[in-house]
Design a protein around this ligand. Structure first.
Ligand code: GCW
Length: 667
């Protein structure tokens, strides 16, 4: 049913296997909550709800650990050997089950983990599992506007009904919080980084306060994106210069006002001097000046400022790739303690494949937060079946080599490489008012995978895929295997029929939908497609070696060595770094032109295979969810043909070479 989509991975349907269900039902008799805090309240409520559904019986909550065996005991234990306060330890003690943690927040996460254990059909007999998050701030960034629209949102309108708030609390806010808590997300920025100053007004702050009240018992702190020009816009000041004492005072006062309403407010997220947003550079000041002013205002309350590094200049002869590094690296060490710099995974902009941003590893004295995009702005909106865990993992596992082999992006971001005191990972949310939250059901997997990886980046894409599939679609072993495979291959398929071999930024103008490789004029030169693919009579690709923009020099020598030679550069990155002749023989044995065609055609064909594989799981999946995914796959097939034909025919105008024989047939 449609409700199946609404319930995400927290379905708690009756376990079909009767023997298994009886085993759990006998083993689990009661919940012992111990002390009561709002988060323990959420935890026990969830355990009751979950077990009621999964086992089909009511499991009573009691305050003290007396009575018969089979108790689930929530236990705060400061002596528990866990890496931090948010971790949990699940274990069996005689015939009882202990959910143990240093804090009530750990118990909340432990309770969801306990439920997941049962949802995924694992045995309780030898239960002994510990886990602590590797990243402190695990956040969603919503690009939601005051009027309820979402920038780059493809699943309906904003979840936040600003006009009804603060008086009316949509129950959906609680389900949002439950879903996030279940995967360890503990922070949310509720508004767009292209920020309206209005969020800081007495009109909107009570609305934000009301949301914070719903999220608090689920361990989620609320943050706001701010508009740097707010002192002028709202305060009536003559300037928003961060070094002006009146401006500084305005932020101090505003911050106090916010904390009065929301004592556990998380802090500010800032997009400044980027794509037309105001910022300190409007007054000849630096990003550090701007960030430090806000950091100072937030410090007395324990808040943080998260300053984005997504900046670039409209220089037709420059290389946008290099911009963030050039602006931010020189500022390393100049930021206050409670400031973080948030860097997108790649140097350009959330493309289907990017090399990791060279800023990772380049700012040892400044905590860098990693920003992924969960919403599929460049990955086919909500018509394309693309599981993003492999993309996230590719970045996390990339080796920066800045402190020798093994200096992965994950180790930069989790703080172990440079000893960052603060750590954070953010995902640009894909949620909206659609009944199933994310438009495409597979979008749910991406929300889920982001949360799980922010908690533990060592988890594999495959493990997450299996876990999610079991909780969302089916426990049928064959179907789980088929869906897992579909998920794991889906991103590479998408890359192949849109931007193979390291092509990037050739999508439709503005909307970022469909192909437009011929785009040559735009409001900015670095928004066109020809700027990036540089196709000409000789070949295609962006030369970022010494003979070109030399962006490669921003990486450690070992990374440069990996990518700087066109003979040995792995094919997925080839056109990111090299302008390659059409008739150049590649390591695959094909010429560049043939390889390009091969990938476009095989990529589009892979969608047909996805449709066939999806058809096989029909008996094991809810009929409405099945039909919805099938319909979207059919749309994806149409879009894949569009991408393939647009790109192959356009690039052929330069290569003047024939489409390889195997592909010269009707579809
Ligand atoms: O990917 C681009 C988007 C913009 C977005 C910007 C950013 C919020 O096209 O819509 O603005 O990135 O990350 O700031």
């Amino acid at each position: 049913s449609a409700d199946d989509g609404y319930r995400l991975w927290l379905k708690y349907d009756l376990i079909k296997n009767e023997a298994q269900r009886k085993q759990y039902a006998t083993a689990l008799q009661s919940i012992v909550s111990g002390s009561s805090t709002p988060m323990i309240g959420s935890a026990t409520k969830e355990l009751q709800l979950g077990l009621q559904g999964l086992l089909g019986k009511q499991v009573q909550v009691q305050i003290t650990a007396s009575g018969k065996a089979g108790k689930i005991i929530l236990k705060i234990d400061p002596a528990e050997k866990l890496a931090n306060d948010e971790g949990y330890h699940l274990y069996k003690a005689n015939s009882d089950f202990i959910i143990s943690a240093k804090t009530d927040k750990g118990l909340l996460y432990g309770s969801f983990a306990f439920l997941r254990h049962i949802q995924t059909g694992q045995s309780l007999a030898q239960l002994d599992a510990s886990s602590s998050p590797k990243i402190q701030l695990r956040m969603l960034n919503h690009w939601d506007n005051t009027n309820g629209s979402i920038e780059r949102g493809y699943a309906g309108a904003s979840l936040w009904k600003w006009y009804e708030l603060p008086e009316n609390l949509d129950p959906r806010y609680t389900d949002y919080a439950r879903a996030n808590a279940s995967i360890g997300i503990n922070g949310t920025v509720v508004n767009n980084v292209n920020a309206s100053a209005r969020f800081l007004t007495p009109e909107y702050l009570p609305k934000v306060q009301a949301l914070a009240g719903v999220f608090r018992p689920y361990g989620i702190k609320i943050f706001l994106s701010i508009n740097s020009a707010a002192p002028k816009i709202l305060g009536g000041l003559a300037t928003s210069d961060p070094l002006d004492p009146k401006v500084r005072q305005w932020w101090v006062d505003k911050t106090k006002e916010i904390y009065k309403a929301i004592p556990d407010f998380g802090g500010f997220l800032v997009k400044a001097n980027s794509e037309g947003e105001p910022g300190p550079q409007d007054y000849g000041r630096s990003h550090a000046d701007g960030a430090n002013m806000l950091a100072e205002a937030l410090a007395p309350f324990g808040g943080v400022v998260i300053w984005r590094a997504f900046v670039y200049k409209a220089d037709p002869n420059g290389d946008r790739f290099k911009a963030a590094y050039e602006e931010f690296k020189p500022l390393d060490g100049t930021f206050k303690e409670n400031a973080l710099i948030q860097v997108k995974n790649g140097p350009i902009d959330f493309q289907p494949r990017e090399p990791f941003s060279p800023l990772f590893g380049a700012m040892p004295k400044t905590p860098l937060a990693l920003e992924f995009q969960i919403t599929q702005e460049y990955l086919g909106f909500s018509t394309n079946f693309v599981y993003l865990a492999p993309l996230f993992k590719e970045c996390l596992e990339s080796d920066t080599y800045v402190k020798g082999k093994g200096s992965t992006v994950a180790k930069v971001v989790d703080g172990t490489l440079h000893g960052y005191e603060k750590t954070a990972m953010a995902g640009v949310a894909n949620t909206g008012s659609d009944r199933n939250w994310t438009g495409h059901m597979i979008g749910q997997a991406n929300w889920y995978a982001f949360g799980r990886l922010a908690w533990d980046h060592m988890l594999t894409s495959e493990a997450i895929a299996q876990e999610w599939t079991r909780m969302t679609f089916t426990q049928d072993e064959k179907a789980v295997a088929i869906i897992t495979d579909l998920l794991l291959n889906s991103r590479e398929n998408y890359v192949n029929f849109t931007t193979p071999l390291g092509l990037h930024h050739i999508m439709g103008e503005g909307l970022h939908f469909g192909p437009q490789p011929w785009l040559a004029r735009s409001a900015r030169p670095d928004w066109t497609a020809v700027y990036y693919h540089r196709a000409d009579a000789n070949g295609i690709g962006f030369d970022r070696t010494k003979t070109g923009s030399n962006a490669l020099a921003q990486y450690a020598p070992e990374v440069q060595a990996q990518w700087s030679d066109p003979e040995t550069c792995p094919l997925p990155y080839l056109l990111w770094f090299h302008h390659v002749a059409w008739d150049k023989k590649l390591s695959s044995g094909r010429t560049l032109w043939d390889e390009l065609c091969h990938r476009y055609y095989e990529g589009a064909e892979s969608v047909v295979q996805m449709q066939k594989d999806w058809a096989k799981v029909e008996p094991a999946v809810d009929p409405e969810l099945f039909a919805d995914v099938a319909g979207r796959l059919a749309a994806q097939r149409r879009e894949a043909l569009w991408w393939r034909d647009a790109c192959v025919l356009y690039f052929q105008e330069f290569s003047k070479m024939p489409i390889p024989a195997p592909y010269q047939k009707p579809d």
